[in-house]
Design a protein around this ligand. Structure first.
Ligand code: HEM
Length: 574
């Protein structure tokens, strides 16, 4: 039986001898072919006869010999690459064939499998002359090195910024260095202020009780299945626009209307993602010609920018009339600030700030909630425990509060729900892969060499499925792994990287947990969420881990008897 090492030596031996044989054949071919003939003016100079003449230099046998040697050389070269890097690497196309096969199935599972076989890190070689080369890792030591210990050496980088510039401009998501630092500091102060927290909790109560629950109730009355992912996306889009712009676009309204700003934002994001799978020269040429996805991007950006301009102008007028005193959305906060020269920020910069926050918060919580509800539907014992915890809050209240609205202090006390949501994010992180660029030559703690300019991908989805990180039961949905004596215990951000880590830790993390817990608890208290039989649930390949076909569910009103088990009154109105 051959071990991997003996296989490696076997390949090495044959690789050297074939390499030698190939060179030998070419050398022999030149030495045995007829001497070059003098140029004869009278001879036809057509290209076909030149090609024929060229091939006639070799005997048929030599051609066969060379072809066989070349084929064996390529195959053995690729096997050696596979042993070294986990994937076969072919001349010209690199590891692209394997990637194409991976993309065909579940790309995140494919990355996890390759990483599992390579001790957590591998180097992907893209086709020649493309920008697809990168180092991929799921090793928590490397992730800590990347996100914290050597943070300045791993910015988002020029390639990323150049690719997303038209949509994100100089906003927090794409900026590095001082531009990033200034926005981070201001936004961070705001996110932790009491006024901002009040605004976010109030806006959420309004959205959940006046809009989400009536839409759900309507589906129950009509006995119609709904796409829960779509409804949750509408909820978080409206919510983040209220936080960023101080404006409610109204996506989550009866009849689920299409809102031009939301549609333009979605189209602009999709067209921007297309740039990552195309060579830079190609999308730049398409942009110049205003065709394909680039034509769509220009059109949708007009929609996004037009909306932003309108809101900024209206707010300026409002602020001039001094009636903005109560506002604490990000736009108003940044409009009150002055830059280093004492000037107000430009309309373009204000637009960038808001668009970046909307992108950060529009779909991350909603897709996490969708995976959570799906996992819950397959784990009724977890659902029981979540319900028991929520009902515990209701029980402690005095009187029959039928319009039950959860209070911030109650939401915070829900440790089991917090654990269940974290467990859903461990298995289905909203941002499944993320990346950085290397500024100066470096080395990972696991020994991987990182050359200047290399792209480094950290595979967050794969990290949630590594036995070495989470143990043998890593693929099971077990909220209990987050609890000690019934209290939620957080994990290292370099092991549970769903919210990133280090100086660029997600700024909206606390708010996102609050939002998810409030929405989930408000729904679960009133309805049982039943996934429609045979509805396919698979991840979509995108920057955020959407469910490809949405989440088709039927809602069943909680039966009074079911609630009676936990409550001292029988039903809760929506
Ligand atoms: C479950 C929900 C969420 C998850 C899993 C999540 C995850 C992440 C991740 C992975 C990053 C790093 C992205 C990168 O640098 O490439 C990030 C950054 C960020 N997130 Fe979140 N996020 C969530 C919700 C939110 C919400 C609701 C907001 C705002 C309302 C928000 C605001 C931000 C901001 C501003 C950044 C950029 C931080 C920086 O670069 O300094 N996030 N988030």
């Amino acid at each position: 039986m051959t071990t991997p090492t003996s296989n490696y030596h076997f390949c090495n031996y044959y690789y050297s001898s074939i390499h030698h044989h190939l060179l030998h054949s070419i050398f022999m071919m030149n030495s045995t072919s007829s001497p070059p003939r003098k140029h004869d003016d009278s001879e036809s100079s057509s290209s076909s006869s030149a090609v024929a003449g060229f091939f006639s230099l070799f005997s048929e046998i030599q051609m066969v010999e060379i072809s066989v040697a070349l084929a064996v050389f390529v195959v053995i070269h690729c096997l050696r690459q596979k042993q070294r890097h986990g994937l076969p690497s072919w001349p010209f196309v690199g590891m692209l064939p394997s990637l194409i096969l991976g993309v065909h199935g579940n790309i995140y599972e494919w990355i996890s499998d390759v990483l599992e076989g390579q001790n957590g890190t591998f180097t992907f070689k893209g086709p020649w002359f493309t920008n697809l080369n990168c180092v991929v890792t799921s090793d928590p030591r490397n992730v800590e090195h990347l996100l914290k210990s050597k943070f300045p050496n791993f910015p988002k980088g020029k390639y990323f910024r150049g690719t997303v510039r038209d949509l994100l401009g100089d906003g927090i998501f794409s900026a590095d260095d001082e531009i990033w630092q200034r926005q981070r500091k201001t936004a961070s102060l705001e996110f932790h202020s009491a006024k901002f927290r009040r605004m976010t909790t109030d806006s959420l109560v309004e959205l959940v009780h006046a809009r989400l629950l009536p839409v759900l109730e309507d589906s129950v009355e009509k006995s119609e299945p709904i796409d829960l992912q779509d409804i949750l996306l509408r909820l978080t889009f409206d919510n983040v626009c209220m936080i960023a712009f101080g404006v409610d676009p109204g996506c989550l309204s009866p009849g689920l209307p299409e809102i031009p700003f939301a549609a333009a934002f979605e189209a602009a994001t999709e067209a921007t993602i297309m740039r990552f799978v195309m060579p830079t020269l190609v999308w730049k040429a398409m942009r110049y010609l205003d065709v394909g996805s680039e034509g769509k991007l220009r059109e949708s950006l007009e929609g996004v920018d037009g909306f932003a301009k309108q809101v900024i102008r209206a707010r300026k007028e409002e602020m001039a009339s001094e009636s903005d005193g109560q506002r604490s959305d990000l736009l108003t906060v940044f409009m009150r600030l002055r830059d280093d020269g004492g000037e107000a920020f430009s309309e373009k910069f204000l637009r960038d700030i808001c668009v970046n926050f909307i992108l950060a918060g529009r779909d991350t919580s909603s897709v996490a909630l969708s995976w959570f509800f799906w996992l819950l539907s397959g784990n009724p014992e977890v659902e029981e425990r979540v319900l028991e915890e929520i009902c515990g809050m209701v029980r402690e209240r005095e009187g029959d509060d039928h319009e039950f609205v959860l209070r911030p202090e109650e939401v915070k006390k829900m440790d089991y729900l917090h654990a269940a949501l974290s467990e859903a994010l461990r298995l289905y992180p909203s941002v499944p892969v993320d990346h950085k660029e290397v500024v100066e030559d470096d080395k990972f703690p696991d020994g991987t060499v990182l050359k200047k300019g290399t792209k480094v991908v950290y595979a967050i989805y794969a990290m949630g499925r590594m036995e070495g990180i989470w143990g043998k039961d890593c693929r099971e949905f077990k909220p209990e792994r987050w609890l000690r004596d019934g209290r939620f215990m957080s994990e290292s951000a370099y092991k549970f990287t769903a919210f990133n880590g280090g100086p660029r830790l997600c700024l909206g993390k606390d708010f996102a947990y609050y939002q998810m817990k409030f929405a989930a608890a408000s729904i679960l208290l009133r309805y049982r969420v039943v996934v429609v039989e045979n509805h396919p649930v698979v991840p979509k390949m995108a920057l955020t881990m959407y469910m490809k076909y949405g989440l088709k569910v039927r809602l069943e009103k909680r039966h009074p008897i079911q609630l009676e088990k936990y409550l001292n009154f029988k039903s809760i109105a929506c």
